[in-house]
Write a protein that binds this ligand. Sequence first.
Ligand code: UDP
Length: 405
Amino acid sequence: MRIAMISEHASPLAVLGEEDAGGQNTHVAELASALVDAGHDVRVYTRRDSPALPEAVPAPDGYQVWHVPAGPARRVPKDDLLPYMGEFGSWLADTWRHGGWTPDVAHAHFWMSGLATVHAGRRTGVPTVLTYHALGSVKRRHQGTRDTSPPGRVGYERALGRAVDRVVVQCEDEVRELVRMGVPRSRMALVPSGVNEAVFRPDGPVAPRDPARRRILTVGRMVERKGFLDVVRALPAVPDAECVVVGGPPADLLPADTFARRLSALAESCGVADRVRLLGGVPREEMGAWYRSADVLVAAPWYEPFGLTPLEAMACGVPVIGTDVGGIADSVVDGLTGDLVPPRDPRALGAALRRLLADNVRRFAYATAALDRIRSRYSWKRCAEQLGAVYASVAAATRPASAVA
Ligand code: UDP
């Protein structure tokens, strides 16, 4: 099939670990690549955010990245991109009509891409699929007035749930949330994200570590909701362990990062500063070595639409303690592949860490079961097969593009 993927702010070619670059960039890159491996012809459309970007770039994995001229050719925070989505959608419609390549299906990532994609789909007859990646209602609940999303987000997301041909949800929690918003269950297909088993595997280089200390690893963008403050607060419960925090700006820019400074100050006041190491952002290809160097990965977000880091750790054979939220509640099977603890509860996290770090057999059992779970449920091959079936069913149910005037 010819598959268009629309990811307005998250280019598959972008650097990871910065404020607006995270799981969605990785997801789009790896999904596009898995779809190419499954024999599909894939183009990814993302906003042109620099004048230096050419219109189309072939990605090494065999798909193309198209840079769509919508809004200024410079970086704009993702929450400020709404005014340009009409322009984005019109450009898509024009190129699909007149550019010699009309997709059989268009898969939008994030609600703003959904708006552009529905706009283009209506003009061209191309069927549309949407993955939200994150929901405004959840963000609002957790971030309150600090949520910088445009005011209409929740309403747009609700409307998009009915406007697209299919919603691809990533976890059970998202299904429940959308049902509460009035999106019919029958419009949804549950396909979790995959994990790259070539990058994240149990064997391979291991980052240097102090053999005398247990290592707790935690990974993510330097934002409060990722729960790093709770991990630091839990550390006094495990006096023989160090905590390595991976993510945020590169190491030399960390001292200027407000949240990193807050984290360091908290570590001081908890008396654990000598056991907390902020590493800054690490290139993706080095992530496996950091996971493999750890005794446990802690993923302690307050909420998490999906959460790639637990899956990456599991694929490296590292047990996970995660908060019982969003996608983590699906990927970590409590007591079998890891432990689930309530969010924002450093005491529960500390107790879980103390128990797991003291129990080698349990860690081994979790790691083994986790690997098994990754191989059976979270391979990109399986994900691409499931999505291929979703695309085929929406394409079969929609008029061919040529039938639309
Ligand atoms: N990541 C990375 N380098 C870093 C920090 C994170 O490559 O320094 C990657 C990490 O391996 C994962 C992604 O960024 O693939 C983060 O995805 P997740 O779903 O955990 O969080 P998001 O950023 O989407 O909220």
